[in-house]
Ligand binder design. Structure first.
Ligand code: MSP
Length: 540
């Protein structure tokens, strides 16, 4: 019986659009790469909220494992103290600063997580999906992962081998561990991928996973007994659970698995797991296999983003750029920051950050095309109509073309941002429309029409300014998920709420293209400059 049919007939709550970010390791502070995924998820969920859907956005922190333990040791504090400090002083404040509207923040050291994780693995153990065995192999603490010998790079000496991602020596680990029967899922996963071609995106990520699974999967070591910073196995407390198995379950423990069945039914399966391409296998192979073993539904999509690069290398904590997200926001502002990375880098591919490129886009797209349009229109309504929005009584083909352009921008942006996670494509469509409105004003020359005192001239002037203001009304709605503070300033400057249109957050994407929503008579004021001129680039 289809779950959706149940929901609609019993009146139980409909499934929510549930998006997750990876939960981040708290061995250090967040950097641009982490913020990239978290902002993308925020825009995606805000977009769906703006569609009027019920949404749930989850982020959090991954706090167990050797990497965290060693960092805490090196800093002379307990792992828990270390995590508490980093989460409260670095991670949560950055997400607040970037206006991330997450609905929950899960920490893997929380009891609501650890207790459920123990139940989950106990269940797999009872079902015979977990057994005891031995393993030895090269291990990268940076990845918290056993590596295959053939993927390692040569190090400085004959014996030294390096992790291909961290470029640091791997360690030889030999342990008696518990294993999950991952090998039993090779065929089932391949069948699942075949039946669900949209499960992994982009295509390159899907191909990589297929190639990997087609080689046949090995059983997975899921416990460690050489250190104790982790979730103890309930049936053998000498072992703690492998940090990745613990971490992956955050997606269900936070959603109410084992604690709140009603909420869990509403939220699970997740709509989208956003992941970096380096952690794709965990999400697209191991996690689905574990869910299959537990008899739980699989997430609908796993979407991998590329890396932010610097000097041709993945931007990381060990490869510091010296640029923190706040260095950029203090110069460009939070909204431009949120916009820039999504606009400049096609989601799913690697991209390089450059100060010059950011400055160029800020100036031409945000300040000139968009910010100037908003201030010119408000200034003209102020000058020619005392700030009272006039009616468009003399509309013709030129106005129809603007309304058509808007309809197209809304349709394209909704498909690209809301469905395809093509943020760059969606933003391009919105800014194409902004350009169209600028072109319309250049052609119509309202400043010249204003000199014509005849009734006809005044009607044309009113029509042109209404058309421009109404275009801005829709632009505010479309940009609200990406640049919430700027969109709000624009909404206020258009006097939209006071004129009866309601709060910006209450506007839907579905009605954004309905022409004529901005009430005639709205009080339009000049308001703050949306994108002020940039200061000189700070010197390092
Ligand atoms: N804790 C694990 C995830 C567990 S999810 C159940 C982890 N944490 S991490 O902090 O190392 O990385 C988290 C995410 O940040 C990964 O998706 C990774 O791809 C992403 N990024 C780290 N550096 C990045 C860039 N330079 N660019 C884009 N994303 C990057 O892995």
């Amino acid at each position: 019986m289809a779950a959706t049919a149940d929901h609609s007939t019993t009146g139980a709550s409909a499934p929510a659009y549930y998006v997750s970010t990876p939960i981040y390791y708290v061995n250090d502070r967040p950097h641009l790469g982490h913020a990239y995924t978290t902002v993308a998820g925020d825009v995606l969920t805000r977009w769906h909220r703006q569609r009027g859907e019920k949404v749930w956005y989850l982020t959090g922190t991954d706090e167990h494992g050797q990497k965290i333990m060693r960092t805490a040791d090196a800093n002379g504090v307990s792992p828990q103290e270390w995590c508490d400090k980093l989460v409260e002083e670095a991670w949560k404040p950055l997400w607040r600063h970037l206006e991330i509207a997450n609905d929950d923040f899960i920490r893997t050291t929380e009891e609501r997580h650890t207790a459920r994780v123990q139940e989950f693995v106990q269940d797999l153990f009872d079902k015979g999906e977990i057994y005891k065995g031995g393993y030895s192999g090269p291990y990268c603490v940076g990845c918290e992962e056993y590596k295959l010998p053939n993927e390692l790079l040569d190090g400085a000496t004959e014996d030294e081998k390096l992790c291909p991602i961290h470029k640091r020596p791997v360690e030889w680990l030999e342990e008696e561990n518990y294993f999950f029967r991952l090998s039993a899922y090779t065929e089932k996963l391949l069948e699942f991928y075949a039946e669900n071609p949209g499960f992994i995106a982009p295509e390159s990520a899907r191909n990589e996973v297929l190639r990997f699974v087609e080689q046949g999967l090995q059983d997975l070591s899921i416990s460690r007994s050489t250190f104790n910073w982790g979730v103890p196995l309930p049936w053998d407390e000498k072992h703690v659970l492998y940090v990745w198995v613990d971490a992956l379950q955050n997606y269900i423990t936070a959603a109410g698995y084992g604690s709140d069945p009603e909420r869990f039914a509403e939220l699970w399966p997740a709509s989208v797991h956003l992941v970096g391409k380096d952690i794709l296998r965990f999400h697209a192979v191991i996690w689905p296999a574990m869910l299959m073993a537990a008899g739980l539904p699989l997430p609908k999509r796993v979407v991998a983003n590329g890396w932010l690069m610097v000097g041709g290398e993945k931007m990381s904590k060990s490869n510091l750029t010296g640029i923190a997200p706040t260095d950029l926001t203090s110069h460009f502002g939070v909204d431009a920051y949120r916009y820039y990375f999504l606009r400049a880098i096609p989601f799913g591919t690697d991209g390089s950050f450059s100060w010059e490129d950011f400055t160029a886009r800020y100036t031409s797209e945000l300040a000139n095309d968009f910010g100037n349009l908003a201030s010119r229109v408000a200034a003209m309504v102020g000058k020619y109509f005392d700030g009272v929005l006039p009616a468009a009584t003399a509309a013709g083909d030129a106005e129809q073309a603007v309304a058509d352009g808007l309809a197209k921008a809304v349709a394209v942006a909704d498909a690209k941002i809301g469905e395809e996670l093509d943020f760059a494509g969606g933003l391009a469509a919105i800014f194409e429309f902004v350009k169209q409105v600028n072109g319309y004003l250049t052609e119509q020359e309202p400043w010249k029409v204003a000199k014509d005192d005849s009734a006809q001239g005044q009607a044309r002037l009113a029509t042109i300014l209404y058309t421009a203001a109404e275009s801005l009304r829709a632009t505010a709605v479309l940009l609200n998920p990406v640049m919430p503070s700027t969109a709000e300033k624009l909404w206020t400057s258009l006097g939209a709420e006071a004129a009866g249109l309601g709060a910006l957050a209450a506007q839907t994407i579905g009605t954004a293209a309905d022409w004529g929503r901005l009430p005639v008579g709205a009080t339009v004021t000049k308001g703050e400059i949306l994108f002020p001129r940039l200061e000189e680039k700070p010197t390092a």
